[in-house]
Each structure stands twice: as C-alpha cells, then as structure tokens.
Design a protein around this ligand. Sequence first.
Ligand code: KIV
Ligand code: ZN
Length: 385
Amino acid sequence: MRRIKIFDTTLRDGEQSPGVALSPDEKVAIAKQLARLGVDVIEAGFPIASPGDFAAVRRIAEEVEGPTIAALARTAKADIERAAEAIEPAARRRIHTFIATSPVHMEKKLRMTPDEVVEKAVWAVKFARGFVDDVEFSAEDAGRSDPDFLVRIFGEAIAAGATTINIPDTVGYQVPWKFAELVGYIIENTPGADGVDWSVHTHDDLGMAVVNSLAAVRAGATQVECTINGIGERAGNASLEEVVMALYTRRDFFEAETGVNTRELYRTSQLVSRLTGMVVPPNKAIVGRNAFAHESGIHQDGVLKARETYEIMNAEIVGREAAVMVLGKHSGRHAFKKALAELGYEIGDEELKPLFARFKEIADRKKQVTTEDLIALVEDERTRA
Ligand code: KIV
Ligand code: ZN
C-alpha cells in the first residue's frame, strides 16, 4: 500500500469561500479536530493576509500537536517572513510558497516573463529554506500551464530545496484523463522527482475536483490537498471526506492508504459546517443527511436482509449512526413493520393491512413520515377498532 498524505486546507482555501470568515478561536477549534482526524498537514492560513490570519496561524502553531502546520506565502520576502514567524512555535512546520505559471497568469496578472517567474520561484524556495526544512512549492494554475515549463520550474524548485511540489488545478479546468497524463508526465520528467512529495490541489468548477485528485493518485501523486465538505473558492476544493473514503473503499484499486481516522469524518464535517455557516447538502456523499438513508421499499428490504446490498460502506466507519430507514411513499411493508416494532408496537398481519394502507396515504401527502405520525396512526387505528 502506498501512503498518501492528506493536506487539509479548510482553514486557508476553505476559508476563501465567499461569505466565510472564521475567528482565531474557531480556527483553533477546527485545527484541533483536524489533528484528531489525523491529517498529515494543516494549512492554517495566509499570515500576510491580515493580522487576524497571522494570529490564528500562530495560535494553531502553538496549540495544535501532531500534524505539520503550513502557512501560505507568495514568492515575496514579506510574505515568507510573515509565514515563518507565524508557524515558528510548531514542532513540524512548512512554508508553502506559490507563483502562477500559466501563460494567461504570467502575461496578464504577473506581467512577468517565464524566465522571471522561474527566477522568482527559485529565490523564494531558497529564502523559505532559510527558515524551515520543509518547503512546498506550487505552480498556480498548473492545470492550464505548459507541461514542459512545469517540468522546468519544478526541477529548479527541487534543486533550490523544495521538499513538496504541488500541481494545482486552480480553476478546475482539468478532466481526470488529462490531469493524470499531466501529473504522470511531470513526475516522469522532472529532475529530482524521486526525492520529493508530489501533491495535487484541485478545484471543483466542473464538479471534478475529487475525481481529478484520485486520477492523480493513480498517476503517482503522494499528497492530496483538500477541504472538509469541499468548501473553498468558487465551487470549492476537493472534498477531504470523499477523497479519503474513495481511497479506503476502493483500496483494492488504488492500493493506497491515508492516515485519517475515518470515524472522525462526520464530526469534523458537522463542526466545519456549524462554524462556517456553510450548510452540507442532504445528498452530499459521506456526510450529507441522506448519504446513508434508504427510502424505497426495495432498498429497505435489501438492507434489512444484508446491509451490503445497498451500502458500499457502513455509516459507522465515518462516525455516523447505522443506516437510517426513511419512511416515505416508496417504503415497503417490511420497513414499516420494523419501524413500528422499534416503537414497541407488535403488529399482526390483520392489523398491518389497514395501517399500511393509511401510511401510504399519509406518505403521499407528506415527504417524510415521522415517528410522531406513526404513533398517531397506530393509536388512531386502535381507537377505531
Ligand atoms: O488553487 C490554487 O492554486 C491555490 C494555490 C495557492 C495552491 O490555492
Ligand atoms: Zn486553491
């Protein structure tokens, strides 16, 4: 099994979600939970961005034990110095420096030539190495950059002392087949590739952040950057819980494992949702309210006979309660009878018939039939009898 590092950027890229602003206390609470979750790296923030961000990164570096604490910095002296100062108390610390490498970013945003970009990247990595042994270099918008230019800049960054090289698909433009090809090509051709971790950082603009990251793992990536609940800029980042559970559930295929304690996933998702105010959609994989709920009679009957009929993983493994049977208009007799039994009603076949018919009428009117509805239904039917 290859060991894939999980680099969590909920507190940095995740916090860049429009409308989200976490206080230092909230960030520390999330970082402590991320440590319990067992991520390898916590990107705690972008210290140059604001005094609050600096304070939060500094407190995380002081108070959170276990994971490496990373801080983001552009390839600028002030950024790197501020990042170094913020993470200084951490036992394991990383400076993550980045510069854009796509033609559109170099020409229009940076107004720099490719040679100048390489020179700046090399300077920044060397400068960061003056503060820490662990330096990550990212080529922003790598997903739209020239592969040979990436090979060149990454080779130079490694020679300058970078220990992790990150390939971000900043604008979520990639598709899994092409991204795997790009990652494979870079790892195969970059001088010094064997001595570093290869990271990917994908965005979800086309809904492919998770699958692009997984394709990159197959192509040789050893670190995945992701966020809890997939929050982040625009459509968000690769969702940590989905990446981790895909690697775990299909370990037969990926032959890779993470160090994440999957039983902490749900709790972490709930905490991040509560503190950021970003609601988890009910149908969200792994952590959505319906992710382990069964409504149709056929599914409920199958699950009651053997959970694996309609469940590829148990709810308990992600820290949730066992599969939930939702009673609705698609539910069958079997699940209905079981729900009544759980409420203490032993129902014989004679009694079941009219009750089930009335249940279906209620279910047609209401989206979901609640415990209170069931109790009222049985009590009413018994009073009538
Ligand atoms: O999306 C991106 O390119 C980033 C970098 C700073 C890694 O978030
Ligand atoms: Zn990003």
